[in-house]
Design a protein around this ligand. Structure first.
Ligand code: IMP
Ligand code: MG
Length: 185
């Protein structure tokens, strides 16, 4: 049986480093929302599912969850630029304190589109929390409130992030061997 670990060139962020940082982010979120009874986390599917699950467990305060399916990538490793909602929220946002939970911000197109679309639904507040940020690749300016890690311009997989729908289950953030995706870049 093929082992996904054989395709990894380098582990960029290991499991304990992820866990420690997510505890820190949760503590910061708890402090910032201490005065509001309401907090709704919106997980951007599919990439943010693992981060959402660990962030949600690291929060001790009450909060609600909802999920949104967004598609912005084809088979390659760079954004097509076209963002599409493929599964919408179940909960209305009016008057809610909303925190978008995303895996990675790259060009900024996905989050900029989501922010516009969710602001139109009249939330009481809207903030963004991303595990990873690639500042070198930003094409569209987006204010991000919580960033786990700034990373270099490398295509990464694991901890929810995929390449061609694989590698999401790796428990760490890793860089793939370049020969696996060089033809697509
Ligand atoms: P943006 O719209 O260019 O900011 O891209 C955001 C989306 O692209 C993320 O939600 C990811 O799903 C995907 N993405 C961007 N960079 C990577 C990466 O290095 N590995 C895996 N997915 C990525
Ligand atoms: Mg994503």
């Amino acid at each position: 049986m093929r082992d996904l670990q054989d395709d990894i060139a380098q582990v960029l962020i290991d499991e304990t480093t992820l866990a420690d940082r997510i505890q820190g982010m949760a503590a910061q979120i708890e402090a910032d929302y201490a005065d509001s009874d309401d907090l709704l986390l919106i997980c951007v599917l599919k990439g943010a599912y693992m981060f959402l699950s660990d962030l949600s467990r690291a929060l001790t305060r009450p909060h609600h969850l909802d999920f949104m399916g967004i598609s912005s990538y084809g088979r390659g490793t760079t954004s097509s630029g076209a963002v599409q909602i493929i599964m919408d929220l179940k909960i209305p946002l009016d008057g809610r304190h909303v925190l978008i939970v995303e895996d990675i911000i790259d060009s900024g197109r996905t989050l900029s589109y989501m922010k516009r679309s969710l602001l139109a639904r009249s939330p009481a507040s809207l903030r963004i929390c991303t595990l990873l940020n690639k500042p070198a690749r930003r094409e569209v300016e987006v204010d991000v409130d919580y960033v786990g890690f700034d990373i270099p311009d490398e295509f990464v997989v694991g901890y929810g992030l995929d390449f061609d729908e694989l590698y999401r289950n790796l428990p760490y953030i890793a860089v793939l061997k370049p020969e696996l995706f060089a033809h697509l870049r």
